[in-house]
Design a protein around this ligand. Structure first.
Ligand SMILES: Nc1ncnc2c1ncn2[C@@H]1O[C@H](COP(=O)(O)OP(=O)(O)OP(=O)(O)O)[C@@H](O)[C@H]1O
Length: 267
């Protein structure tokens, strides 16, 4: 696999495509799930969120998506800023950027007859899928799938897709329209090595093409150095953040995942 290029870092970023979390706190059913979480995500930057099971990664995403109440600040752009031009040329009113979200892979019954086109049309258009799908929706779906090199998946049954193909369809949906920020919850789980390489290459292509900020969670530490500009180690709090090599060799990483440090400090 070629070494994926790292994107632009903080220096070239405008506030409008920068996600800032400052002192984020989330309590659910009386329990503190996230405590004083702060970090920035810049244009064209890929940040990987890592942490053990129950660390609060999905909770963090749901807070950013506005699905959970939280304390602290999540800002996307200057308050009252101008309308924002999206990467695909459309303009959205107000100063709140669009966020694309790819959830942890839903499962589909192998025998389910719902096609990718049916699924896409149901999600993007108010069109009853039991009626023949008009050509304009077919074309829209085809061009959305083209963003992820998945045109050939148009008429495939959702239940018959491989893990990597399903991720590609969900990614195409999250890019309709092309957002400012893309969030993916464990996109590499259930994807084979080939699919993993294709997905990471695609994310790199998308962030370069659209100057997209990408935040994803993963338990796959082996590939972090190939695609992430920044790794955020989370366990209720941000324990450490920085370049992959710095995080993966830190005492915080080893302690969090109960990894042993050998004699003389070698790992
Ligand atoms: N709606 C809820 N009410 C109460 N507690 C919740 C709720 N949702 C999540 N939690 C708790 O919040 C904590 C963090 O969960 P979360 O799903 O965010 O972790 P995660 O880091 O995404 O875990 P994993 O890697 O296993 O997916 C867990 O202890 C979980 O039980």
């Amino acid at each position: 696999m070629r070494k994926i290029k790292h994107g632009k870092m903080a220096g070239g970023c405008s506030d409008a495509c920068c996600l800032k979390l400052e002192g984020l706190n989330v309590r659910l059913e009386g329990e503190e799930i996230l405590e004083d979480v702060s970090f920035h995500l810049h244009c064209g930057e890929i940040a990987a969120l890592i942490g053990p099971n129950g660390a609060g990664k999905s909770t963090l995403f749901r807070s950013i998506l506005g699905q959970l109440p939280y304390g602290g600040n999540i800002t996307f752009s200057p308050a009252g800023g101008p309308a924002i031009r999206l990467a695909d040329g459309t303009v959205t009113g107000g100063s709140r950027p669009l966020i694309g979200y790819v959830p942890q892979s839903p499962s589909f019954d192998r025998g389910d007859p719902v096609s990718v086109l049916d699924f896409f049309t149901a999600a993007t258009a108010r069109w009853p899928v039991w009626l023949p799908i008009p050509e304009k929706y077919r074309e829209r779906c085809r061009s959305s799938l083209a963003r992820v090199h998945g045109e050939d998946l148009l008429d495939r049954a959702m239940g018959a897709l491989s893990g990597g193909q399903l991720q590609r369809v969900l990614l195409a949906l999250a890019l309709e329209p092309v957002p400012h920020i893309l969030i993916l919850d464990e996109p590499l789980s259930g994807v084979d090595i080939e699919g993993e390489h294709q997905l990471l290459e695609m994310l790199d292509e998308l962030r370069t093409k659209y100057d997209l900020s990408i935040l994803l969670s993963t338990h796959d530490f082996a590939t972090l150095g190939q695609f992430a500009d920044k790794v955020i180690l989370l366990n209720k709090k941000v324990l450490k953040s920085g370049p992959p090599e710095e995080i993966l060799s830190s005492p915080e990483f080893y302690e969090t995942f109960h990894l042993r440090v050998g004699k003389g400090g070698e790992r």
